[in-house]
Design a protein around this ligand. Structure first.
Ligand SMILES: NC(=O)c1ccc[n+]([C@@H]2O[C@H](COP(=O)([O-])OP(=O)(O)OC[C@H]3O[C@@H](n4cnc5c(N)ncnc54)[C@H](O)[C@@H]3O)[C@@H](O)[C@H]2O)c1
Length: 384
């Protein structure tokens, strides 16, 4: 059996996403499983080179996992020919410069979302990658979660008929940090550090809408900061300068209407932390991260509005669970496998920097709509 060892520089592995999802549950898990099989039977073994700012933290992670190579010198790692891929899970504001350097060094690039801090920066990166002829990708992990894979199966089967609308409800209470520690990093609540729920979550909503239902054409949104002051990792009070909730109406091709609420200031009364209800002429579905339930046109109960009579219908019991019919891998790992195969065998990978840029375009349009109170049309962006 042929093996191809692929050096992957991984920057930001001391962070939440970089360590848990990308290093341990993706790259190390893939190594442990003997690599990713390519169509010709060759197995790609990714070899991580940890990159970051703190030598002590990198050494500790490297020792814990038996990783040989780590460095605090990004330029030195990028000039190493055995490193072919650069991966970035740094804080969003640090991404653009590092990805730009990696492309200039001829590396294939894969990055967390958002692809950059602004649409213009993300488009610029997409152009640079195209001109350099390097493979490029952005993390769009939610597409690979069991609930959304089942939703995709429904879409592909034609289950919905004509899709009419999509309602997304995302959120949970993020502690302010005073009497209970916040469960998200404090930079998420500071605009000057790249925080904000619009910048964080609209890129996710965009790729879900784009890949499952079609292109986004317009956005009307209101972004707010419900909790004006929080406490950071050291317990010090700081002003929350970024939005922590956003209420959006998103118009897609063909008149499909999506409404998505995103909030870190909401208490959960749902089965999952995010749920999407899709209503179509032939049937409806509610998909979360893991589960997906459906109700077909033929079995839709006759609901009758009568506020004077007690309603005995148990509406939620009238839905059917979509079976798994497959084993689902970790969503980040599933996308890593596709990216590694794309780099080594040229297999398709539609989750590129340009798709990531369109996600930022929707985020910027949402923020502009919120400031102006207007509906913002989304013009098609391309790489000139
Ligand atoms: N795909 C997803 O579901 C998902 C979820 C959360 C976050 N993210 C994205 O992942 C990226 C990292 O988020 P996280 O939650 O892991 O953040 P984190 O704060 O836990 O980690 C940030 C990483 O960036 C590094 N870093 C580099 N320069 C820095 C600086 N100047 N200040 C602070 N840290 C710096 C840190 O050392 C650390 O390794 C963000 O771009 C975020 O948008 C994606």
């Amino acid at each position: 059996m042929q093996e191809r060892v692929l050096g992957v520089a991984m920057n930001g592995v001391t962070g939440r996403m970089g360590y848990r999802q990308h290093l341990t549950r993706s790259v190390l898990a893939i190594r442990q499983a003997g690599g990713v099989p390519l169509p010709d039977g060759t197995r790609v073994i990714p070899e991580p080179v940890l990159v970051g700012r703190s030598a002590a933290k990198l050494r500790e992670i490297a020792d814990r996992h038996g990783i040989e190579r780590w460095s605090t010198d990004l330029d030195a790692v990028l000039s190493d020919d055995s490193v072919e891929v650069y991966f970035d899970a740094q804080i969003t504001t640090a991404r653009e410069d590092a990805v730009r350097s990696a492309i200039a060094a001829g590396k294939h690039v894969y990055a967390e979302k958002p692809a950059a801090g602004t649409l213009s920066a993300a488009l610029e990166l997409a152009k640079l990658a195209r001109d350099a002829g390097v493979c490029n990708g952005v993390v769009q992990d939610k597409l690979f979660l069991p609930g959304l894979l089942k939703l995709r199966r429904l879409v592909d089967s034609g289950f919905f008929g004509r899709v009419l609308s999509i309602r997304g409800e995302f959120g949970y209470w993020v502690f302010e940090g005073d009497w209970q520690e916040a469960q998200r990093p404090s930079w998420n609540y500071r605009a000057e550090d790249g925080g904000g729920i619009v910048l964080d979550m609209f890129p996710h909503w965009h790729y879900i809408l784009e890949h499952l239902f079609g292109p986004v054409r317009a956005v009307t949104a209101r972004a707010v900061t419900h909790i004006p002051e929080r406490r950071d990792e050291q317990g010090a009070a700081y002003t929350a300068t970024a939005d922590d909730a956003a209420y959006a109406l998103i118009e897609l091709d063909g008149g499909v209407i999506a409404q998505i609420n995103s909030s870190w200031s909401v208490r959960v009364d749902r089965d999952e932390l995010v749920e999407f209800q899709v209503d179509g002429t032939e049937g409806s579905a509610v998909a979360g991260l893991r589960e997906c339930r459906v109700q077909h046109r033929a079995v839709t109960p006759r609901a009758v509005w009568d506020p004077d009579a007690a309603d005995t219908a148990d509406y939620r019991s009238q839905w059917d669970r979509v079976p798994d019919n497959a084993e689902f891998a970790n969503a980040f790992r599933a996308q890593w496998e596709l990216f590694l195969s794309h780099v080594c065998a040229g297999t398709p990978f539609p989750y590129d920097l340009l798709s990531g840029a369109r996600g930022l375009q929707m985020a910027e349009a949402g923020l502009r709509s919120s400031r102006s109170g207007n509906r913002v049309a989304i013009e098609e962006v391309g790489l000139s």
